[in-house]
Design a protein around this ligand. Structure first.
Ligand code: DP6
Length: 323
């Protein structure tokens, strides 16, 4: 009754921002899995345990993380008729809550480990829909490579599937860590506030359908310029929606702005097809094709005063041991 799963975080080209109950999004979204931002989670269903125990990065989980995990384990227990409490041990290889989706890798690894530890076998779509109950973006960390999350309208129909395997296109995501501080407003609260932004309706009705088409086409044709220009607009819009919500949420810092408004456009003027995207945090994801462009960006980033994590598209979540 013990299993360990490993799962990648993912970076969205088309973002999930604003939701309906049950972590149901307002639109399809698209992402790719990150090879060097992963979580490894072990779950043991223990017959004699009085309560769930959760350890994250060698520390007892905070009250907030514990409650969120218990809520998710309760959903698994009630769906699959599991009577036991769980011992959960989780390790991230990157800092949590800095705009790299630790909830995505965390809940997808937890979903797979919990199901494998219960000796259940589920189709990928069901595992993805299950991971979504823990964290919306976690559903996209289950399938391989480049992924689309079908918005759907209920628990079963909202899940992610692979568009292309991880070796389809050698893109890199350099995650530039401008701040390791935990963000003040988590995405769960941001999702609730999104609809208060006057920009939200146009985003859902007009901008997202257009951008989804553009990203699908850019992926199909491996068009980095179309992809890059679209994801930059998309990232700016996510931050504008957050800024114009009531209350307003500010995620970007001066460092974020320096990178996205000066440094990256400068690199482009030098002929390197590097583009940015952002999550709900200050860190900047630099998206660039592998080979010479990525080599140049790596060298350039070494000149800046920030740590960075280089990622390639990665396979999805998988069980790595079970007994
Ligand atoms: C900004 O999936 O972290 O990264 O469902 O509350 O866990 P919860 O939210 P989460 O939302 C992250 C949104 C985003 C954009 C994206 O990844 O699509």
């Amino acid at each position: 009754m013990i299993a360990t799963a490993q799962a990648p975080a993912n970076i969205a080209f088309i973002k999930y921002w604003g939701n309906k109950p049950g972590n149901l999004p307002w639109s399809d979204t698209i992402s790719f899995n990150l090879s060097n931002c992963t979580t490894e989670t072990t779950v043991t269903w223990q017959p004699h345990l009085a309560q769930d125990t959760v350890t994250i990065d060698n520390q007892p989980a905070t009250q907030k993380a514990l409650l969120r995990t218990i809520e998710f384990l309760d959903a698994i227990r009630s769906t699959y008729d599991i009577k036991h409490k769980a011992q959960v041990t989780s390790r991230n290889n990157f800092p949590m809550s800095v705009g790299i989706a630790s909830s995505a890798s965390g809940f997808s690894a937890l979903a797979l480990a919990a199901i494998a530890a219960a000796r259940l076998e589920l189709p990928e779509s069901e595992l993805s829909a299950l991971a979504r109950l823990g964290s919306g973006s976690a559903c996209r960390s289950v399938p391989d490579g480049f992924v689309i999350w079908h918005a759907g309208q209920d628990r079963q129909s909202s899940y992610a599937e692979s568009l292309y395997p991880s070796d389809y296109w050698d893109l890199r995501d350099f995650v530039v860590i401008v701040s390791e501080q935990e963000k003040k407003v988590g995405s769960a609260d941001g999702h609730k506030l999104a609809r208060t932004s006057p920009l939200f309706e146009t985003r859902i009705k007009v901008n997202l359908p257009t951008r989804l088409k553009a990203v699908l086409h850019a992926l199909e044709t491996k068009d980095i310029k179309l992809l890059g220009e679209t994801i930059e607009q998309e990232a700016r819009e996510l931050h504008q929606v957050a800024l114009t919500s009531t209350p307003s949420i500010v995620y970007a810092t001066n460092q974020t702005h320096e990178l996205i408004d000066q440094v990256i456009p400068d690199w482009r003027r030098q002929g390197i097809p590097a583009y940015f995207t952002l999550d709900a945090g200050p860190n900047v994801h630099v998206i660039v094709p592998g080979g010479n462009p990525a080599d140049t960006i790596r060298q350039n980033l070494h000149q800046l005063p920030y740590q960075f994590i280089e990622n390639q598209p990665a396979p999805g979540a998988r069980v790595i041991s079970q007994s």
